[in-house]
Design a protein. Structure first.
Length: 247
């Protein structure tokens, strides 16, 4: 707690040194929002007490601090300059962030026994439609939709099902694959290889991310350079109420 308060005091001081300020109107508006969340004036006072704030004067101070620290962060962000070359370099260094993993799109037929699955496979081999057979036979929730599971990446399905689906050839039913849910027949209709989003598609988000990182670094530098001493030994200990006393 003391570390947090020391950081808050440091940032408030840094903001005020820059000439930043928060108007009474802004603070009043925030207090009005808090007051509006209570049913009446007594409810507002109870809210202050129960939250540990205590009174409106303390609330006013806390709101002022929050607002001026936010203003400081905004001011620092406005000073950050991120060039196109910085964005390009970050894009190259963070390829993993912009790479979508391998996906398959599949349907399945969930059955109770291996015998049921083998019988369904035979019907498929005789030319019956997989989706129609799923709607007729599947005991899974996707049955009415023809067993459609949509597209999924690795890690989204149980291991045996995932392994079979990602090893299957597109358009060729595989199975039965046993999981804790039963016996699965799987038909992969599409395979999407990993792709990297073009720089143009992620440039704006990446630039914003770099600005935020630079601003955070500047905030950290302010905190690191602060000369603040805390006195934890002066904190009053928390004591449990005695029997019969109000907490």
């Amino acid at each position: 707690y003391l570390t947090q308060r020391a950081q808050e005091f440091t940032l408030v001081a840094a903001a005020e040194e820059r000439g930043l300020d928060v108007s009474d109107e802004v603070v009043d508006a925030r207090i009005a929002e808090v007051r509006a969340s209570a049913p009446d004036e007594q409810g507002f006072q109870d809210l202050l007490e129960q939250s540990g704030i205590g009174d409106e004067a303390t609330l006013r101070t806390l709101i002022y601090e929050n607002e001026i620290i936010a203003a400081l962060f905004t001011a620092i962000e406005a000073e950050v300059e991120i060039g196109d070359e910085d964005v390009a370099a970050a894009y190259e260094a963070r390829q993993d962030e912009f790479t979508s993993g391998e996906e398959v799109c599949a349907r399945h037929i969930l059955l109770d026994t291996v015998e049921d699955a083998d019988a369904a496979l035979e019907r498929l081999a005789n030319g019956e439609d997989f989706a129609e057979l799923a709607a007729e036979l599947s005991t899974g929730p996707s049955g009415p939709d023809g067993g459609d599971l949509g597209c999924f990446a690795r890690g989204m399905m149980v291991a045996p099902f995932e392994q079979a689906a990602f090893e299957a050839e597109v358009g060729t039913p595989v199975g039965p694959v046993e999981t804790q849910f039963g016996q699965h027949l799987i038909l992969v209709s599409e395979r999407n290889e990993p792709t990297v989003a073009p720089l143009a598609d992620v440039e704006a988000a990446l630039r914003s991310q770099l600005v935020g990182e630079a601003a955070n670094a500047a905030i950290d530098a302010i905190l690191q350079s602060a000369d603040v001493t805390t006195f934890p030994e002066r904190l009053s200990p928390i004591t449990e109420p005695e029997a019969g006393e109000e907490p």
